[in-house]
Design a protein around this ligand. Structure first.
Ligand code: ADP
Ligand code: MG
Length: 230
């Protein structure tokens, strides 16, 4: 479909009416363990399989661990190494992390010709700014800067532990074009926990408003778009 970028998760692309809009910004919001990194990796891998160039910035997991996760899924990212930049940034090194994202990322996107960029999780970047007004200003500035680039951006964001419905700082949902919320749903008998997702918003496109169950499987994520939770 013209103007669409396939996310690469079966079921989710249908909910997005064919995929993300090209050069748009998508936030994947959820608490720990809901699969944010898995979605982000699958988005990256889809791009590699389509011959695209991909930049994956991880502020959380080490490169070896991400590569091991991909290998476990049977995704040989090494084959695509000339088109795949997997970068680990140390979020405790304030200046390095901020400079790398603010000044080096645009240059890297242009030099590599990347069409997909992932930052996992953006909440660690946001958390570097302790002053709330500076944090807002920096996030607005960062999103504005990314809008000038011709690449589709996926950001993951941690939710507040007390509120599964919103990201920790509540900013990315406003700034992103598309928001995908991941969460745990406990069965009525409290014997099982399921994972479910919803497309909360998608600017300039129709989208599904249903809450759909999904599973993280050995070889990738499966969204049961035909199934109903309720
Ligand atoms: N091979 C697998 N088979 C089944 N479930 C898996 C597999 N790998 C990871 N998971 C599930 O995915 C979760 C971690 O997902 P992750 O993307 O790291 O979450 P987040 O980034 O949101 O913290 C694990 O807690 C586990 O439930
Ligand atoms: Mg993660």
């Amino acid at each position: 479909m013209a103007g669409r970028v396939k996310f690469g998760v079966v079921g989710l692309d249908e909910m997005l009416h064919g995929g993300l809009l090209r050069a748009s910004i998508c936030a994947i919001v959820g608490t720990y363990g809901t699969g944010k990194t898995m979605f982000a990796l699958q988005f990256a891998y889809e791009g590699l399989n389509r011959g695209e160039k991909v930049i994956y910035i991880s502020l959380e997991e080490r490169e070896e661990l991400l590569r091991a996760t991909m290998a476990q899924k049977g995704w040989d990212a090494k084959v695509f190494d000339d088109r795949f930049s997997l970068l680990r940034l140390d979020p405790t090194d304030f200046n390095l992390a901020i400079n790398s994202i603010k000044s080096e990322l645009p240059a890297l996107i242009r030099s590599t010709g990347a069409t997909r960029v992932v930052i996992d999780p953006i909440s660690l970047f946001e958390g570097l700014f302790t002053d709330e007004s500076i944090q807002r200003q920096e996030m607005f500035g960062f999103i504005e800067m990314m809008r000038d680039e011709d690449c589709t951006l996926v950001l993951t964001s941690e939710t507040d532990v007390r509120d599964q419905n919103g990201s920790k700082y509540g900013l990315v949902e406003y700034l992103a074009d598309t928001v995908i919320l991941l969460r745990y749903i406990r069965s009525p008998g409290l014997t099982e926990v399921h994972l479910a997702l919803e497309v909360v918003k998608m600017r300039r496109s129709p989208h599904s408003r249903e809450i759909k169950p999904f599973e993280i499987q050995e070889d990738g994520i499966m969204v049961y778009s035909e199934a109903s939770l309720f």
